[in-house]
Design a protein around this ligand. Structure first.
Ligand SMILES: C[S@@+](CC[C@H](N)C(=O)[O-])C[C@H]1O[C@@H](n2cnc3c(N)ncnc32)[C@H](O)[C@@H]1O
Length: 278
């Protein structure tokens, strides 16, 4: 067997471990990139091949800890403030007022950002909520944000961002809600206080059972990396986690068309989302 064959076999085994853990499925095209990212773990553990690394990941007593490190290395965490802004505005200008008007109890309106990466998406929602002065108008809101990558959640909690994260956000908001610090910008505490970040895997059924019910879920640009089975599992979970008539927002290139009857397409003024059925 050549080294190339050897790596190809090991890649397939490691890909399966990553898939079983996270739902992310890397196609054959990703072999080079994935192995390159994991190379330093071989050096770290003094292992001589990706096969050995696979056995470490699968059977070592510290494999849970190692998988967490793998999630930091292989996740694609591209994000920025005000990404696909139409949906953010649909939430704040249409969904939240609608839910509030229908509400008969004082429980908070709950929003979940699933796969929030380094926090730009939930912070954008919190900024728009502050802009609308929803809290002052008596809206009781909670935003819960999670990601499988510990590194991403740590960055979100710190809340310091480079200029590139602001590429589609009007300067007005950056000046109002961030404080400059060297070549970075730090989110102000009034925004931070609206958020609750945690490191959580969307396939971790045990942890998911402790979540409250949500009025709206954002899971954008996450299931694009999943295969059909893991997408199905997560979408079914979102259906369970939403209140009656709750809304789900996916990324622009992610669709539920011909995929499930748990949700139906919903047209907002300037955006598309999904409404829970049943
Ligand atoms: C491309 S980012 C999208 C960030 C943000 N939602 C946005 O649209 O800008 C995808 C994120 O999904 C996270 N992710 C992937 N699989 C996950 C899983 N099983 N559980 C939780 N987060 C996951 C990744 O760590 C990554 O940060």
């Amino acid at each position: 067997m050549t080294m190339e064959d050897h790596n190809q076999e090991a890649f397939k085994l490691i890909r399966e471990v990553i898939y079983q853990h996270s739902g992310m499925y890397f196609s054959d095209d990703y072999q080079k990139i994935l192995l390159k990212r994991l190379e330093k773990r071989l050096d770290f553990h003094n292992l001589s091949s990706f096969y050995d690394y696979y056995y470490y990941l699968k059977y070592n007593k510290d494999s849970d800890q190692e998988l967490k490190i793998v999630m930091n290395l292989v996740t694609i965490r591209e994000t920025y403030f005000f990404r696909e802004e139409g949906q953010l505005k649909a939430l704040v200008e249409e969904v939240i007022p609608e839910i509030f008007n229908k509400k008969s109890d004082p429980s908070p309106i709950r929003i979940w950002c699933a796969g929030c990466s380094s926090g730009e998406e939930p912070y954008s929602i919190a900024i728009l909520i502050l802009e609308q002065e929803l809290h002052q108008r008596g809206f009781n809101l909670e935003i819960f944000a999670n990601d499988i990558s510990q590194e991403a959640i740590q960055r979100a909690k710190i809340g310091e961002y480079m200029k590139s994260s602001f590429r589609t956000m009007p300067v007005f908001y950056r000046e109002k809600y961030f404080t400059p610090k060297g070549d970075k910008y730090v989110i102000k505490s009034e925004v931070k206080s609206l958020l609750n970040f945690s490191c959580m895997n969307l396939l971790d059924r045990n942890k998911l059972t402790f979540l409250p019910l949500f009025d709206a879920i954002f899971c954008r640009n996450v299931i694009i990396y999943f295969n059909k089975e893991s997408k199905q599992e997560v979408i079914t979970q979102f259906h369970k986690s939403l209140k009656k008539d709750g809304y789900l927002f996916l990324g622009h290139s992610e669709s539920l068309m011909d995929f499930t009857d748990l949700f139906k397409l919903k047209h907002f003024k300037n955006a598309l989302g999904y409404e829970k059925v049943g």
